[in-house]
Design a protein around this ligand. Structure first.
Ligand SMILES: CC(C)(COP(=O)(O)OP(=O)(O)OC[C@H]1O[C@@H](n2cnc3c(N)ncnc32)[C@H](O)[C@@H]1OP(=O)(O)O)[C@@H](O)C(=O)NCCC(=O)NCCS
Length: 285
């Protein structure tokens, strides 16, 4: 079957959403894991958001007169975040995924993106192998943690909603920790009312775009991250991503009765530096 790849269009969201739900659900069931997206709507809504987002590049694969899968590249900040990629279970393992990956990587080259990153579900041997073959390096592993909100406030660590006046300090912190900012995502999270900062002695020492799977956090210390996590109202599922290399944060999360949903690997192409501080990635990177 000949497979073609084109840019995603607004009307594609329902079929791409169904495929995303079934692709992830079938895979999870085969490995004895709960589904990433509990319903078709839970998969389709994020797909609709991504297709309509002006700074997200979406592609759709077609063959035999039907949509076979989709893939996305989040271009809101310096580094591009790849995913979710999904291929109809009836069409998997026939190079459709490779075609969808190649299409967004070509786009990154065209735009001269300094780096592309993704988080890969560690139990999926096929995606791990495909991404490695395409040039992605594994940089670390992360536990998605979920559970009841902790309702903890830490003396000396003031957590409050972020405003646009905080953007410069948050972006500077991100540059210190990662070598680049995530200004586009931060600006959107502030506008949506999801971003928070933690302050010590009146100085911003950490920020989060939300303690969820889809949000990232950057801080000077693990204690700053704990203050942000402690103040979060809801983690959702699969939950926020704790670097397994941060043993203090991982054990602290377990000690607060949070549970591991699954483990994911961060994979990168292009510029990358070891983070010089505390952080939690989003599912993008
Ligand atoms: C991941 C996914 C997008 C890949 O798409 P696909 O069309 O099935 O994959 P492809 O056939 O294009 O590529 C698979 C590659 O991995 C290789 N591969 C598969 N299993 C492998 C294994 N166990 N060890 C080594 N290589 C393996 C194949 O040989 C192929 O390589 P090639 O292109 O060099 O021949 C698809 O399986 C999917 O939708 N999965 C469910 C959702 C998901 O997991 N998304 C990604 C989340 S991280």
């Amino acid at each position: 079957m000949e497979v073609t790849v084109r840019e995603a269009e607004p009307d594609d969201w329902q079929e791409c959403g169904r495929i995303c739900y079934e692709a992830f659900g079938t895979l999870a069931a085969r490995h004895g894991f709960p589904p990433d997206f509990p319903t078709v709507a839970a998969a389709a809504e994020p797909i609709r958001y991504l297709i309509n987002h002006p700074h997200v590049y979406g592609v759709v694969a077609e063959g035999g007169g039907r949509i076979l899968g989709s893939n996305f590249l989040d271009e809101r900040s310096t580094i591009s975040g790849l995913g979710p990629i999904s291929v109809d279970p009836t069409a998997q393992d026939h190079k459709v995924g490779r075609a969808l990956m190649t299409a967004v990587l070509d786009r990154a080259v065209e735009r001269r993106a300094p780096g592309v990153r993704l988080l890969q579900i560690a139990y999926h041997n096929r995606s791990l192998s495909l991404y490695a073959k395409l040039g992605f390096d594994v940089r670390g592993s992360f536990a998605a943690m979920y559970g009841e909100p902790l309702g903890i406030s830490m003396p000396g660590y003031a957590v409050r909603a972020a405003t646009s006046a905080d953007e410069a300090a948050c972006n500077a912190l991100c540059v210190r920790v990662h070598g680049h900012d995530r200004a586009g995502e931060l600006r959107e999270a502030i506008a949506d009312g999801n971003a928070k900062v933690v302050e010590r002695l009146g100085r911003i020492t950490g920020y989060t775009t939300g303690i969820t799977y889809f949000s990232h956090s950057v801080a000077e210390t693990t204690d700053d991250l704990q203050a942000l996590i402690g103040a979060a109202a809801d983690f959702g599922r699969p939950g926020f991503l704790v670097p397994l290399a941060n043993t203090q944060l991982f054990r602290w999360s377990l000690a607060h009765d949070l549970r591991v949903f699954f483990v994911v690997n961060m994979m990168t192409i292009g510029i990358y530096q070891e983070p010089a501080g505390a952080y939690m990635p989003s599912v993008g990177y």
